[in-house]
Write a protein that binds this ligand. Structure first.
Ligand SMILES: NC(=O)C1=CN([C@@H]2O[C@H](COP(=O)(O)OP(=O)(O)OC[C@H]3O[C@@H](n4cnc5c(N)ncnc54)[C@H](O)[C@@H]3O)[C@@H](O)[C@H]2O)[C@@H](O)CC1
Ligand SMILES: Nc1ncnc2c1ncn2[C@@H]1O[C@H](COP(=O)(O)OP(=O)(O)O)[C@@H](O)[C@H]1O
Ligand SMILES: [K+]
Length: 580
């Protein structure tokens, strides 16, 4: 798994490298700029070549008049590539000056626009600005911006990890206007404008992925028909970050805007080849779930145990029990049960009220059905120690029986997933639930359920929109600590945390985006998949991480048009593709 860092952790890493004398701040900035240029040419190799001029129409420009019967000959020579670099007042802007200088040295026409000159607080950026001027570069200020020739490349080096204050909405709007103006100009000149952000799209918090906008600022001055909220950051095609990806690349709006992310190593930070190991002790880091089966990277323990499924009979693979609600509401439990079976539990039983047995029996084949006489019946069946995974919540109902079933289930101390109604039922008294939970449990709330169990954390998360001091990672970590078990907070940026501080993100963004997974019942299947893994003996954190990752892989493999029923059925294909 890849380690993700916060802005403060990144600063600590850089600081440690600088203090050790291994590298200077200026060298780091130079490498960062080089990394961006390298990434640009890797992503768009065509930019590394000269642009052939478009032959002008007869009589215009430099093209020769067409000789009879022959196409016009281009005598105007190659055009230069053009870049516009937007520089901010800090070290992110410093990186921008390096990029500008390196592109100019390769023969590009480069215009630099400066929000404000870097000051004493950013001496390395000042030095890079001087180097740009010494290389013959010029600098315009943002209030002098005028339409110019269409660029092939727009480089956003305005704000990076140092953005902590919200930017004025007027500035955010300028990002959009530049982008639109230059994109229009590029279209007119038949060029394609690529947008690249240095470190993180400007306007986003590197810690929370939130858009940092000061909405109070001059908002009223702008005309009707404002663009939607999601346009208020520097919308970009490629983000080039350094050393390690940041949390903000995967959370919230940051996840949605980071379509393509390249991580460039800054050699001299105690690194050899891998961004996966952190060179200095970084407390409380977060991992991106990204199991790798082949290649030079070591397999994680989770995947090792998955591959090495024991041989033996079905009970070696665990027995999952999924509790169902009353007749007519059993679909959710059946979806969960199917997920548990397909992910490899040896046996799966749907436990239901006696009157729901017929409904389940006509629908289920490989999955067993057991009529249970309420809490008493659940207690009885749990005397069978071969039942190793429990799932309660999908379609269970919000009546008092649900709370009793949860209590009996938790007393049995098996691997247990609580989802949906099993969470919402405790809205009024979450502490009652927290007192019963044990460390082999996984709670799988979506946003609404999270707010029911942890209203103060959800409120804090909502309220911090413009300050970026509190992220989904912070909220989920706090929730896990309070609950005393693993909490998986769902979404395209699913965050999974354990009470001991371990935390990971399962990001369904960028090339892993699966918006079609937002379909009724998808969450029930996820609960079942995690239950199946618990039944197989995975610990709570590994079960949640592996289940969440496979859930998205199944959705990716199936593609648009997916309905919840398709998810379990897609798993064999995912396993095959993984070489299992
Ligand atoms: N030596 C280092 O620390 C390195 C830093 N690097 C770059 O440096 C960046 C971090 O640099 P900084 O910490 O200087 O911060 P940034 O350059 O990201 O931005 C902070 C600057 O913007 C100003 N600012 C913040 N909020 C503002 C607002 N709302 N309105 C107007 N101005 C605002 C701050 O006063 C500060 O000058 C990284 O993202 C990375 O691009 C890289 O060069 C690698 C080496
Ligand atoms: N835009 C999205 N991209 C990726 N996954 C998503 C997205 N929206 C929702 N999901 C996932 O889909 C599932 C929906 O679960 P949930 O909200 O409980 O719905 P339901 O109760 O209908 O099953 C969760 O696993 C969630 O992480
Ligand atoms: K930036």
């Amino acid at each position: 798994m890849t380690e993700l860092v916060t802005a403060a952790q990144m600063r600590a890493i850089e600081q440690a490298a600088i203090e050790s004398g291994e590298v200077t701040g200026l060298e780091l900035m130079e490498r960062a700029g080089q990394g961006v240029v390298e990434a640009i040419f890797e992503e768009w190799p065509e930019l590394d070549m000269e642009v052939p001029d478009v032959p002008a129409a007869s009589g215009e420009g430099g093209a020769a008049p067409a000789a009879q019967g022959r196409p016009p000959r281009d005598i105007s020579g190659p055009k230069k590539h053009r870049a516009v670099v937007l520089c901010g007042p800090g070290n992110n802007g410093g990186d921008g000056f390096v990029v500008a200088r390196l592109l100019k040295a390769r023969g590009w026409e480069v215009s630099v626009w400066e929000l404000a000159a870097p000051g004493e607080g950013a001496p390395d950026a000042v030095a890079c600005r001087v180097a740009w001027l010494e290389a013959g570069g010029t600098i315009s200020t943002w209030d002098e911006i005028e339409p110019l020739g269409a660029p092939d490349l727009l480089v956003d080096a305005v704000f990076g990890t140092g953005l902590t204050r919200p930017i004025p909405v007027a500035l955010a709007n300028m990002f959009r206007l530049f982008r639109d103006d230059w994109e229009g100009a590029a279209r007119r000149e038949r060029r394609k404008m690529r947008r690249v952000s240095v470190d993180i799209p400007s306007g986003l918090s590197a810690d929370s992925g939130e858009i940092l906008i000061d909405w109070e600022d001059e908002r009223g001055e702008f005309p009707e028909g404002w663009p939607g909220f999601m346009d208020w950051y520097f919308d970009t095609d490629l983000t080039v970050t350094f050393h390690n990806a940041k949390l903000g690349h995967f959370l919230g709006a940051g996840g949605e805007s980071t379509r393509k992310l390249k991580v460039k190593l800054l050699r001299g930070l105690g690194f050899t080849d891998s961004p996966r190991e952190l060179p200095v002790s970084v407390e409380g880091h977060v991992r991106l779930i990204e199991p790798v089966f082949h290649g030079h990277r070591a397999r994680s323990d989770v995947w090792f145990s998955f591959v090495n499924k024991h041989h033996g009979h079905k009970f070696n693979h665990g027995h999952a029990l999924v509790m169902s609600g009353p007749p007519g509401q059993g679909g959710a439990a059946r979806l969960a049960a199917r997920g548990a079976l397909r992910i490899g539990a040896g046996l799966v039983t749907v436990g239901c009220p006696m009157r729901a047995v017929t409904e389940h029996a006509v629908q289920l084949t490989a999955i067993m059905v057991k009529g249970l006489d309420g809490t008493h019946g659940l207690g009885e069946i749990l005397e069978d120690k071969r039942i190793t995974g429990l799932c309660l919540g999908p379609g269970l109902g919000l009546g008092p029986a649900t709370a009793d079933l949860v209590r009996i289930a938790l007393e049995a101390k098996r691997g247990t997933v609580l989802d949906a109604d099993a969470l919402s039922r405790f809205q009024r008294k979450p502490d009652v639930l927290f007192d019963m939970l044990h460390d082999n449990c996984v709670l799988t709330p979506h946003g609404g359920e999270f707010a029911r169990l942890f209203p103060d954390l959800a409120e804090r998360l909502d309220a911090q929109e413009n300050t970026a001091t509190y992220s989904k990672v912070d909220a989920t970590r706090e929730a896990a600590k309070r609950a005393g078990c693993v909490v998986l907070f769902k979404g395209a940026d699913t965050v999974i945390a354990a009470p001991d501080g371990r935390c990971s993100i399962n990001a369904a963004v960028g090339d892993r985006a699966v918006p079609w997974l937002a379909t009724a019942g998808a969450g029930d299947v996820l609960a079942g998949m995690i239950t199946g893994l618990l039944a197989r003996g995975f610990d709570a954190m590994s079960a949640a991480e592996t289940g969440a990752w496979l859930h998205v892989e199944a959705a990716r493999s199936f593609g648009p048009g997916l309905i919840a029923e398709d998810l379990p059925e897609e798993l064999p294909k995912v396993f095959r593709a993984l070489g299992l």
